[in-house]
Design a protein around this ligand. Sequence first.
Ligand SMILES: [Zn+2]
Ligand SMILES: [Zn+2]
Length: 436
Amino acid sequence: MNRFFTLFSFSLLALISTRSSQYDGVWASETESLTRFLLESARDAEFLEWLKRVRRRIHEHPELAFEEKLTSQLIRNELDSLGIEYEWPVAETGVVATVGSGAQPWFGLRADMDALPIQELVEWEHKSKINGKMHACGHDAHVTMLIGAAKLLQNNRHKLKGTVKLVFQPGEEGHAGAYFMIKEGSLDGVRSIFGLHVDPSMSIGTIGSKPGPMLAGSGRFSVIIQGKGGHAASPHRSRDPILALSMVILALQHIVSRETDPLESRVVSIGYIRGGEALNVIPETVEFGGTFRFMDSESYSYLKQRIKEVIETQAAVQQCNAVVDFMEDKLRPYPATINHPMMYEHAKRVGENLLGDENVKQSPMTMGAEDFSFYAQKMPAALFWIGARNETTMKSVKGLHSPHFVIDEDVLPVGASLHAAVALSYLDNHAEKIAA
Ligand SMILES: [Zn+2]
Ligand SMILES: [Zn+2]
């Protein structure tokens, strides 16, 4: 807590110094004082305790993609008590709330609601109460930060020069919830959008991102190789699908190492193999599957075509037959997440005002994927990592999707005020341009 308040004290000092001149007038002093007011509200001990209570309730009741009924209900209850109107259901469990005048410009803030099929191994008072399900990607914190932003914005609604749309979406973990939110028209009219994702390796009070490509696109495949089973001592009477699988996996690795420009980022990884049960039997079939990552639609098409060709051809060499399923009807591939330079710059400047220049980092690109990319395809968008690590209390970093994943809850007011400040100042800037 001390560290947290120290950071905010720094931020206040930074804000009090007149920074608007550095930004060519983009940061009007009125916006700065509003931002400062949001921060002061977020510092309030009662506010922090409320955020913790909300997050812990969600953490105890994790729900998987498109099953986020309780989480959605909790969000709506909080919005009701804040007097905020919302659209529901969108894409099964999604909620889109509206704060402000209703008039343009409309600015979007996004949180994802779903948990993962992981058994929590962290022993604490608010451990997941659902066996085999856990908020191991911090989406419980994302929802809480956005509810916190809703309260901050609603308390200052008369100062908003437009409208903020709070987008609570289902199914980020592989199920393209964002795609379905857009498909149902709930983002129509929204001009720009901002999102936060917790990062357990970054300290509380820091954020990071980069302009342009930030995360990869992702596709998946599962394969059945059909051979002819028989006695392992008479391989000539069989068609060995295990040998075919071995050749296939080695050949798949050549698509990136031999067919891809070394300066281009692509990945093909196999995640599972299932086949055979006895030491002396050649099985009838084997199954395997994996994921592929890419940075643009051309690479996606190329990888998809070559993965299919390589698997089918290599299986045929071993007199086996392969069926490749990209599962796109159930698991829609994600495009790469590309941050819009202007939106990135805007959020970066707000972050610098809130947290200090030194606490806004340039993050490296990674080949992870996020369905925030669907919003970024539709409108100027920026996704930022937000630090959730307390070096004093956390001895080591437990990564996203780990059963040991933990966050420091002091991230919650930082995220809530950052969300609110990014939206509020976007509306200020945009309204000024219209007026000009
Ligand atoms: Zn995740
Ligand atoms: Zn996530």
